[in-house]
Design a protein around this ligand. Structure first.
Ligand code: ZN
Length: 448
């Protein structure tokens, strides 16, 4: 059951430095925005707010009546969006809390099966959950009420209810935002034009103009992220992309990621071979610039540097995306097995890259791979990564690695280290898939 569309985030950037005055105005909105959110969190984020957050009109009405908006002089377009935003966060916080309680309930040996049934029911039916937590009598739709009473009939309700309240007290926290870093804008709060964007601010009938590096225009809710120290603004636009499915994508591909070569596959194919070169070059450039302009606080110089760095990063990203596209097109995978990533290492490896670990675009590559796979309906499976590069993919014995080559002392095989790892990834992935198979049996869809 794949969704028809997936969300992709498009980024836009300001093409000129934002004036202090404009930045201050934007920061003011961001501050107000998070203040409203925190207000909603405090008032409705706890147990007492449960009955009001679905569908949320009550929250909106109470917030309007509070007079907060007038007090802050906030444009209503931001005020409503902040409430909406906060409501969404409160709901997901409850989802997380319920999932955690559910897990604890399942693991608790001192609860009987009947008590567990009862508790699961409370966690599933929001009105019952709300009533129990707020010490009210549970009263539901007739059919649900009947189910509830049947479950409650065979247990110590008081004990189970206390258990639920205790767990929620322990686990649930009201959300909070330190915010101020940005805010969302509904379509009514902005307008594209003149190679930039006009943003509604507090002053009536005034808009701030931000010139952008591209002239794309969107008509949906966007997010503005502020970088006051860099005097720039980033716009994040979520766009829906249609999911494509490929009948001819049938291969199971094991992959290993690297610092120099982006990905190697179990068949020994490589993608993003120039990644290391690009990154070393970029890291070197950043370092040389830092030395040259260490004390350069002059505006023109800084802007030039920021622009050039962005262009260079963009070039690197273009290369990464191009190679990821080539990978999917060439390999035609149905599923990709990939080791869970280890934490970045502090020692070892190439100094030119490690000196600026953040230059290694690992996170970016991973996000792009995941996004592209979602868009093409390719499954990614993370396999257990421990010892995966030291194990011989032919005989299973431990070998050793040197200068990118893996050598097995047991069977004598020698191969590219990443190739060996990718082969192991495929092996581990397929084994894990086999372990999962019996579960499919239970649903009657298995082959066994
Ligand atoms: Zn071997």
């Amino acid at each position: 059951m794949l969704p028809d569309t997936v969300c992709r985030t498009v980024h836009q950037y300001t093409s000129e430095l934002v004036s202090d005055e404009d930045m201050a105005k934007l920061q003011e909105i961001a501050r107000d925005y998070s203040q409203v959110k925190n207000h909603v969190y405090v008032r409705f984020g706890g147990v007492g707010g449960l009955s009001k957050i679905y569908p949320g009109y009550t929250v909106q009405n109470e917030m309007i009546e509070s007079g907060l908006r007038e007090q802050m002089g906030m444009p209503s377009v931001y005020f409503y969006l902040a409430i909406f935003d906060a409501l969404g966060e409160i709901r997901s916080q409850w989802t997380r809390t319920k999932a955690a309680v559910l897990k604890r309930t399942g693991e608790n040996d001192s609860l009987t099966e009947e008590e567990k049934h009862y508790l699961r029911y409370l966690l599933k039916v929001n009105n019952a959950f709300d009533a129990v937590l707020n010490h009210r009598k549970v009263s539901l739709r007739p059919d649900l009420q009947k189910q509830y009473e049947k479950l409650a009939g065979c247990i110590d309700v008081k004990k189970a209810n206390n258990y639920l309240r205790r767990q929620v007290r322990r686990i649930h926290v009201k959300p909070h935002t330190d915010g101020g870093g940005g805010f969302s804008l509904a379509e009514r709060a902005y307008r594209y034009g003149n190679h930039g964007i006009y943003i509604t601010v507090k002053e009536k009938r005034k808009r701030i103009f931000l010139p952008l590096t591209d002239s794309n225009q969107y008509t949906r809710q966007i997010y503005l992220k502020l970088y006051p120290e860099k005097r720039s603004v980033e716009i994040k636009v979520p766009v829906d992309v249609k999911v494509r499915t490929h009948k001819d994508y049938t291969k199971r591909v094991g992959m290993a990621a690297g610092m120099y070569t982006m990905f190697s596959t179990d068949e020994g194919h490589v993608y993003g071979e120039k990644l290391g070169e690009y990154q070393t070059e970029l890291a070197g450039w950043v370092r040389s610039q830092a030395m040259k302009h260490g004390a350069d606080h002059e505006e023109a110089g800084r802007k030039k540097y920021t622009d050039k760095k962005r262009r260079k990063t963009q070039q690197l990203h273009n290369y990464i995306n191009m190679e990821l596209n080539r990978l999917l097109r060439t390999e035609r995978p149905e599923v990709i097995y990939i080791p869970k990533l280890p934490r970045p290492q502090k020692h070892g490896g190439d100094k030119a890259i490690n000196n600026s670990v953040n230059m290694w675009q690992r996170g970016y590559i991973r996000r792009r791979l995941e996004q592209k796979c979602r868009e093409q309906s390719v499954r990614i499976v993370e396999v257990f990564g421990k010892g995966i590069s030291r194990e011989c993919s032919w005989c299973g014995a431990y070998g050793y690695k040197k200068e990118g080559i893996f050598r097995c002392t047991s069977c004598g095989c020698q191969m590219q280290e990443k190739w060996n790892t990718a082969r192991n990834a495929k092996k581990r992935g397929e084994e894990a898939d086999l372990v999962l198979a019996p579960e499919q049996c239970l649903t009657g869809e298995g082959i066994l």
